[in-house]
Ligand binder design. Structure first.
Ligand code: GLN
Length: 327
């Protein structure tokens, strides 16, 4: 990039998109737009409104090193230090897995299930309301207003391997009665996790536990367990794009085995950690792992949930209870 040239937002966008295309960077225009927004501290729409803006030396000085980092395949989220997940802004760095859109599917399902759990827990104490409900199949506006005054029962959620906290924070923001235990083994990841929890003012509802899952002994049973564990097999890491394999934390990607070690461990713990009516939502590596996942969790009722690409992505588990209510 010649320094004597006058660079407008539009000319630098075009030049840099071309440059990143040559460097084989995925979605180059989006990456450049992201870097320009960061440089000019503006939103994407604002960027489009100032295409003729002439970049100052200071702005170019900020932009160029970031472009070089992206050209070297560092993920843009790490370069700018943040990302958006489920519409929520989160800090990220090279110590945490960058939240993926697939994981939003798990969150979406968690929010849906939390509503069902809440309804099943809600005490049906107002007898007048009950008798009215018998006459009406649909809940009337009046009933809805009454139920607003009954505090929703607490929902206890365990998030295993929280990383940036993307799942825990998105669930906490959408399920006001959720109390979440965020379990994380990496001290470096915990720094990011705590920063994100504080940023979203959730320190009263998300408790961080710095511990290896193998040593964790919960003090209570959970209504819901969620996790996006490291599920990439050790021998597959080398075949991943450098953006992932070189820049993202190995601990968050692979179990150093066949990618299924965490699920095998979960199978043993979940019968104890989950309430009888509780649910577990686990992300996994897609269609190729489905058969093995189903077999690992054969003692549970299971539903496979597809991601937005129509690939198998999340397994929903419930305990199988015998007809007499025993386990
Ligand atoms: N989804 C991530 C990837 O494809 C992997 C995340 C994980 O192992 N849990 O790179």
């Amino acid at each position: 990039m010649a320094t004597a040239t006058t660079w407008t937002v539009l000319s630098i966008l075009n030049w840099s998109t071309n440059y990143l295309t040559q460097k084989d960077i995925e979605d180059p225009k989006t990456v450049v737009e992201w870097l320009l927004c960061e440089t000019l501290s503006c939103s994407r729409i604002d960027l489009y409104l100032q295409f003729d803006h002439v970049m100052s030396e200071k702005e170019l000085g900020k932009f160029k090193p970031m472009l070089q980092q992206c050209a070297a395949k560092q993920p843009v989220q790490q370069v700018v230090g943040s990302c958006e997940f489920y519409g929520i802004k989160l800090a990220v760095n090279d110590k945490v897995l960058i939240p993926r859109p697939e994981t939003e599917r798990l969150v979406e399902e968690g929010i849906r299930l939390a509503k069902i759990i809440t309804e099943s827990k809600r005490p049906r104490n107002a007898s007048a309301t009950d008798s009215r409900e018998e006459k009406h199949t649909e809940e009337t506006q009046e009933n809805l207003e009454i139920s607003e005054f009954v505090p929703a029962p607490q929902i206890r959620i365990l998030d295993i391997g929280s990383g940036s906290g993307c799942i825990a924070i998105a669930l906490a923001l959408h399920i006001p009665q959720a109390h979440i235990t965020a379990l994380e083994k990496s001290a470096d990841a915990i720094e990011v996790l705590k920063r994100n929890i504080n940023f979203h003012n959730l320190d009263k509802r998300i408790q961080v536990v710095h511990q290896d899952i193998k040593d964790y002994q919960p003090k209570f049973e959970f209504d819901m367990i969620v996790s996006n564990p490291p599920y990439i097999a050790d021998d597959e890491i080398a075949s991943l794009d450098k953006t992932v394999s070189y820049y993202e934390p190995r601990m968050a990607l692979s179990d150093k085995q066949d990618g299924l070690a965490f699920y095998r461990f979960f199978r043993k713990q979940f019968p104890v950690w989950l309430k009888d009516e509780g649910v577990a939502l686990l992300e996994y590596g897609g269609n190729d792992q489905t058969a093995e996942l189903k077999s690992i969790f054969s003692d549970f009722s299971q539903t496979i949930i597809k991601d937005y690409q129509q690939d198998d992505r999340v397994i929903l588990l419930r305990k199988k209870l015998s007809a007499d209510g025993g386990k």
